[in-house]
Ligand binder design. Structure first.
Ligand code: GLN
Length: 396
């Protein structure tokens, strides 16, 4: 809504109907406000610590070695081979690098390219709510409409009957993000089984955003829905280097899909972006070669950070919904007595110099998330200590 004055000034003739209902990304707006207020940014989910040294070196070496021109539009071959090897190693799944893998500019492009490749105007897409804010606009850009299924706090469970009611003969796909942003929910094999059954019954696709697959707590395990019986032909898996390897600015992601769908996705991808950055794809080969110890460290260090921030938040009156994966925590703000999430976020920014995301930006239905806000905790230990100290002023 903050753009309404700019929008009304735009001549209607030059305003595409596709973007008419768009609002500014609240996550990125909060990053801007954090910079203005000189606050700690726990809004937009990106690390404030260094990327792994071997990756930085591999990227620099690729540039020096003159890997600086276009790669094949669907991805440099060594990188596609490394992606195939990763899925074989981690899940025992075989993907053909020539026909089933497309490298994109981040999972963001992977998702929109996939949706543009499979949706027609009038199609319906099922989304779990709360949801990562891109999926709504992505669906609208395709002229499709979203049907929402509520994830209920504190465990973010869903009602199987509500899920079934969301599927109709017009349903083309369900978008699933597990481990989930913003809730930290990790969908269980049983829940995925229910979704898989509905996809088969209604002849729909499961399009999954699995970028937090390696950030798991308390023994949670990640299951790609395409590994379930009958799903290999009706699933599109989107992933990226961003979160696992702390390189959110590289914009290198990939899409796994059966050959016919890959064909369509590659066509969209080619005309959207031609390709992802070549030297960074070569560095990506190095990333995907990391051994088990790297992933153990990722999990362990994020578990420590999660425990740190949850303790800080609960000490000053937030009620946290403990995440089982990803690097965000949704917190209930009812005990502070504010009318809504936006006024509370502004208070938090001004008083404690900490930026968070208002919960309502993850909901479509009016009133959803009004007493929730999201913090990210992909930050240095020192940053989390500063946050603990700053939050104390909420008690005064
Ligand atoms: N995925 C990150 C988040 O949810 C970054 C969002 C973005 O800027 N696209 O905060």
């Amino acid at each position: 809504m903050s753009h309404s004055s700019t929008l009304s000034a735009t001549r209607a003739r030059f305003r595409s109907q596709r973007i008419e209902r768009f609002t500014e990304s609240v996550i990125r707006e909060m990053t801007r406000r954090a910079i203005q207020e000189n606050a700690v940014n726990l809004a937009q989910g990106f690390p404030d610590f260094s990327a792994p040294e071997p990756l930085k070196r591999a990227a620099a070496e690729a540039i020096v070695a003159d890997q600086n021109q276009y790669s094949i539009t669907w991805g440099a071959q060594p990188f596609r081979n490394a992606i195939a090897a990763k899925y074989r190693r981690d899940y025992g799944l075989d993907f053909d690098p020539e026909r089933e893998i497309t490298v994109c500019c981040g999972a963001t492009e992977g998702m929109i390219a996939s949706l543009l490749a499979v949706l027609n105007p009038g199609d319906e897409v099922v989304l779990f709510e709360p949801f990562y804010e891109n999926y709504g606009p992505d669906t609208q850009l395709c002229g499709a409409s979203a049907r929402y299924v509520t994830l209920h706090a504190p465990d973010w469970t869903f009602d199987p009957e509500e899920l079934r009611r969301a599927f109709t003969p017009r349903t083309k796909a369900i978008i699933l993000n597990t481990p989930n942003n913003p809730t930290g929910k990790v969908f269980s094999r049983e829940e995925l089984g229910l979704i898989a059954e509905l996809c088969q019954e209604f002849d729909a696709l499961a399009i999954t955003d699995e970028i937090y697959e390696h950030i798991l707590f308390d023994g949670a395990t990640h299951v790609p829905i395409l590994s379930l019986p009958g799903m290999r032909d009706r699933a599109i898996l989107v992933n990226s280097l961003s979160k696992t390897y702390s390189v959110t600015g590289w914009r290198v992601g990939w899409v796994l899909a059966p050959p016919d769908l890959t064909d369509s996705i590659r066509k969209v991808h080619d005309f959207l972006t031609v390709g992802a950055a070549t030297p960074l794809q070569h560095a990506g080969v190095r990333a995907l070669e990391f051994g088990a110890e790297y992933y153990r460290q990722v999990t362990e260090s994020y578990a420590e950070r999660r425990n740190h921030i949850v303790t800080s938040l609960e000490a000053v009156g937030f009620q946290c919904f403990l995440p089982r994966g990803a690097y965000y925590v949704m917190a209930d703000i009812s005990s502070f007595g504010f009318p809504d999430d936006h006024s509370f976020v502004t208070h938090l920014l001004g008083k404690a110099k900490v930026a968070a995301v208002p919960g309502s930006s993850f909901y479509a239905r009016a009133g959803g998330g009004r007493q929730q806000i999201r913090f990210c905790f992909c930050k240095k230990y020192e940053t989390l200590e500063v946050v603990r100290h700053h939050l104390n002023c909420l008690l005064k």
